[in-house]
Design a protein around this ligand. Structure first.
Ligand SMILES: [Cu+2]
Length: 115
């Protein structure tokens, strides 16, 4: 069901974006560490760039689903953006300094707090 909704949203986005028809929209998902809704907002906000057409992070599965312009931006740079705001990804880790600057409820390392 979720996949159907996602595909429907994606098709709408694709249809409404003729200006980027030369660039392939790639859909993927990867793990992003986080705990709460503040993390969700931070993660999704970091993906609010023109190259990303869709981004949704699931608190339970820690999966970030993205649709992005694969010729304009790499998956690595997307993950680097997330690490830059304090969220570890499969490939990039946030710096300790950035991580320690997160609100207490967002400190997901060491098992995280119990919500
Ligand atoms: Cu949080």
């Amino acid at each position: 069901m979720k996949t159907i909704v996602f595909s429907a949203i994606l098709s709408l986005i694709l249809l409404s974006a003729p200006a980027v028809s030369g660039d392939a929209v790639k859909e993927t998902s990867f793990t992003v560490s986080g705990l709460c809704n503040m993390c969700k907002n931070r993660i999704e906000k970091a993906m609010k760039i023109p190259e990303v057409k869709y981004a949704k992070w699931d608190k339970k599965s820690k999966q970030l689903k993205v649709a992005y312009l694969s010729e304009s931006i790499s998956l690595d740079s997307l993950q680097q953006r997330l690490a830059a705001v304090g969220h570890d990804t499969e490939k990039f880790k946030a710096s300790d300094e950035t991580y320690n600057g997160l609100p207490g409820c967002c400190l997901y390392r060491d098992g995280g707090s119990t919500h």
